[in-house]
Design a protein. Sequence first.
Length: 73
Amino acid sequence: MNRNMLMVGILIVLVLVATVQAVQLTNIKSDIKNLGAGTLVKKTSSSPSTSSASGGAGVPTNLQNLPGMVGGC
């Protein structure tokens, strides 16, 4: 088999995969728009871990302890 034909075949496969992924990304974006950003914010902000020890800053408790968990300063 000719080496150039092999390269053309691989290039065609890569272009097809990129096209399929672009279509999937467009579908995901439209699904997110259909859900609405307000419903996603409401779901995440009503979690019980949003209480703050610093007096209402709105930072979840799991994020307050993050520097200590990863050894940050």
